[in-house]
Design a protein around this ligand. Structure first.
Ligand code: NAP
Length: 329
């Protein structure tokens, strides 16, 4: 029997990689997109014709319940979120409603209809926030520091409660930063890859950066959707911390990206103190041992390979005219 997977946030970075994986595994893949947004299906590229798109307002409990009842998916992946964290300060209530509300509405739909659907919630390392211990694992206390993280934490606990109280097969991945050529340019990895490609082609000369000492645990999105899927294939639903376990500074990020196209970053990067963030947390790094032990998962793409992939894709995009060059500073 063909399995049906329902994905919210299918037009995002993870939505693309997850759809690709599920299609390869022979699933029928259905994505829910909002009637109030212009769905950016271009990110799905050649997958667009292989997935089914349903237009459903994620804030509408009845519409969601109807969609789940009609589709009766074997698996649900709840990925939709306004994922650029600083934006959550501009709309804390909307962030809460989308992130927490969608998780709750989907879990309630599964419970009320009485399905045995397996549910994945996209939790975030941001929930650890102001960490007191490094690295973090599944026992680390949560200390969220922004509306996005608080909403993710509420959704996470709702998932746990539905598993404990109602016996639903509900899981979550507490994911650290994961990147790919599909990251939007407001994220630092893509900002850097796009700048390295633009400078290499002589389209611009400089890159403005903030704190080069900030550190993150960065992995490749393709590896991380693999573990989302694995969580739903084992017998016991659980929560997992997912990251590489390695910290890299923004300085290393810039140096590695620039070196991948033979550039010396020190000749091009200028520090703009206006870009310094006030809420930097320096030791947010995963201990992914449980995922390795229970799910036999380890990241396959290294930091260097990830950045090389991102810069190479941006070079190709700029050369083909698929994206506009960065403005000259
Ligand atoms: P992304 O590329 O920003 O994709 C987010 C998706 O959510 C898009 O499909 C977007 O649709 C949709 N969305 C946003 N606001 C919406 C709204 N109001 N109504 C309906 N849909 C909406 O994010 P991602 O990197 O794939 O991340 C996937 C999930 O993992 C997110 O929940 C994110 O918070 C979480 N996460 C990501 C990371 C990471 O490093 N990438 C780390 C931890 C957790 P549009 O195409 O219409 O914008």
């Amino acid at each position: 029997m063909t399995k049906t997977a329902l994905i919210t946030g299918i037009t995002g970075q993870d939505g693309y990689y997850l759809s690709r994986l599920l299609l390869n595994e022979g699933y029928r893949v259905v994505g829910l997109v909002s009637p109030h947004r212009q769905p950016n299906l271009t990110k799905l590229g050649t997958l667009t014709n292989q997935v089914e798109i349903y237009t459903v307002d994620l804030r509408d409990s009845t519409a969601l319940l109807t969609a789940v009842e009609q589709l009766r998916p074997q698996e649900i992946y709840n990925l939709a979120a306004p994922s650029f964290v600083p934006d959550s300060w501009n709309d804390p209530l909307g962030t809460l409603d989308l992130i927490t509300g969608t998780a709750t509405r989907l879990l309630e739909a599964v419970r009320k209809i009485g399905l045995s659907t397996r549910f994945y919630q996209a939790s975030s390392s941001e929930m650890f926030g102001d960490v007191l211990l490094s690295p973090q694992d599944e026992e680390t206390p949560f200390r969220p520091k922004n509306p996005y993280a608080a909403a993710k934490l509420h959704a996470h606990w709702t998932m746990v409660h539905h598993r404990q109280r109602y016996g639903l097969f509900a899981c979550s991945g507490i994911l650290y930063n994961h990147e790919s050529p599909l990251r939007p340019p407001q994220f630092v990895t893509r900002k850097v890859s796009l700048a390295a490609a633009s400078i290499k082609l002589g389209l611009t000369d400089t890159l403005e950066m903030g704190n080069l000492d900030a550190k993150r645990d960065w992995g490749f999105a393709g590896d991380y959707v693999e573990v989302m899927w694995r969580m739903l294939q084992v017998d016991d639903p659980d929560e997992y911390v997912i990251g590489t376990g390695k910290l890299h500074s923004v300085r290393e990020l810039v140096a590695t990206a620039f070196e991948s196209v033979g550039l010396d970053w020190t000749q091009h990067v200028i520090i703009n103190t206006n870009l310094l963030r006030t809420d930097e947390h320096f030791q947010l790094v995963a201990n992914p041992c449980k995922a390795k032990r229970n799910l036999n998962w380890e990241p396959q793409v290294s930091f260097e390979q990830l950045l090389e992939k991102m810069v190479k894709t941006d070079l190709e995009r700029l050369q083909s005219g698929a994206i506009a060059p960065l403005p000259r500073f």
